[in-house]
Design a protein around this ligand. Structure first.
Ligand code: GDP
Ligand code: MN
Length: 377
């Protein structure tokens, strides 16, 4: 579900002079990458790439997070992956913020482990990987309360083996702040329903309980269907509760959270943290495999007006098999009557040299990967 495009134009078009842009007023912001010691190579590739495409001009700090102590090798290699002037920090996640909720007793943990095992047997994606459940729960809520993030107002999330395929010559934090944006994304895709059958209904129950009105952003998450009351009752009985309380089905669309540029104050707020605690109390991070991506998306659409959500359609981004190519943004822009954005041209990677922000994500195509695009129309 993309917010109304009239409310959400790209921040700039074409190439700007990054050294001029970097000299402008800055935001309190940091990169964040959760990683494992074993991901040293993929983490290095990400860092070298983002440094090349953006951060060698802007020098925002990079904060590495781990649930176990960092190896000397990781610290060594990653410290050398940044350009002169970029600060790196290696943090261990505060005690109690990783793993099962502190409130959970041994009996409940045993039950949760059994439930995860069952998810594995059913073939739920990462269903039987306990650490993955912990990661999703962490990024859904505890992450925002880290001591290490206290000094900052904004974060930009990185992961091992992501790739930015174009230079970014403006400061996205400064632009987000200037335009009152809270949440920025690149790729929206459909969630695998079996990972979170009750997440949407749980969220809608919460919304009703708190008297939060249905907003246009919330409505954008529906695949609209209407069922008479007895049918709704029956669906509830079957546990088909990706339906909301009116029998409308979630369209499964969510923002892929391995890229996020967002305002920490929103996620640290009582409003968001209360929602996270509510979800946590329902147990779905373990009894199901609720992902941090749909949790963030549902919260953002429940609590924010659409104009506070920004699609970075100008950022070339790749991770795993999904990517966004601004070449496709050119097509979008044509529809909007502005052909300046999304020029394709030379790919800018360290090995090729060059600093142009003209971008080509992928050979033979100028489309955004259609598998990654959710449209609610
Ligand atoms: P996927 O992108 O959903 O397939 O999941 P990833 O395996 O990429 O995990 C998402 C992020 O969480 C990546 O940044 C991983 O490095 C990180 N991550 C996942 N599990 C763990 C873990 O157990 N420990 C640590 N330190 N990081 C983790
Ligand atoms: Mn990943």
């Amino acid at each position: 579900a993309r917010p109304d495009q009239d409310l959400d134009q790209p921040f700039t078009t074409g190439c700007l002079d990054p050294s001029v842009m970097a000299a402008q007023p800055r935001e309190n912001a940091t990169f964040v990458m959760l990683a494992r010691n074993s991901e040293i190579e993929d983490a290095r590739l990400t860092v070298e790439n983002i440094e090349w495409q953006f951060n060698r001009w802007f020098h925002y700090p990079i904060l590495f997070l781990n649930d176990v102590p960092w190896s000397d090798e990781f610290k060594d290699v990653l410290s050398r992956a940044v350009s002169n002037g970029t600060e790196v920090k290696f943090e261990i996640i505060d005690k109690g913020k990783w793993g099962f909720p502190e409130k959970m007793n041994e009996k409940e943990k045993t039950k949760a482990k059994l439930q995860m095992k069952k998810q594995g047997e059913k073939g739920v994606n990462y269903g039987d990987m306990e650490s993955y459940h912990h990661m999703c729960r962490f990024y859904s809520g505890e992450f925002y309360n880290l001591e290490a993030l206290k000094p900052y107002k904004w974060y930009w999330r990185l992961e091992p083996s992501v790739r930015y395929s174009c230079a970014l010559t403006y400061d996205p934090f400064a632009e987000m702040a200037k335009r009152n944006k809270v949440y920025g994304w690149t790729i929206a895709l459909w969630e695998m329903g079996e990972t979170c059958p009750t997440l949407f209904k749980t969220t809608d129950d919460y919304r009703i309980e708190k008297g939060i009105p249905r907003s246009p952003a919330w409505n954008a998450l529906f695949q609209v269907m209407w069922f008479p009351a007895p049918v709704r009752w029956f669906l509830g009985l079957l546990g088909l509760s990706e339906h909301d309380n009116s029998g409308n089905k979630w369209n499964m669309c969510h923002y892929w959270s391995n890229f996020e540029i967002a305002n920490l104050d929103f996620f640290r707020s009582d409003t968001y943290q209360d929602y996270f605690r509510y979800l946590d109390s329902k147990g779905g991070f373990y009894s199901e495999r609720w992902g941090d991506a749909p949790v963030h998306t549902l919260a953002v659409h429940m609590l924010l007006p659409p104009e506070k959500i920004h699609h970075f359609s100008d950022i070339g981004y790749e991770h795993d098999t999904l990517w966004q190519c601004p070449g496709n943004a050119a097509m979008d822009k044509q529809l909007l009557g502005n052909k300046a954005l999304g020029d394709t041209g030379k790919m800018t990677t360290p090995s090729e040299g060059g600093t142009g922000c003209r971008c080509k994500c992928q050979e033979n195509t100028r489309r955004r990967n259609i598998n990654s695009e959710c449209t609610s129309e």
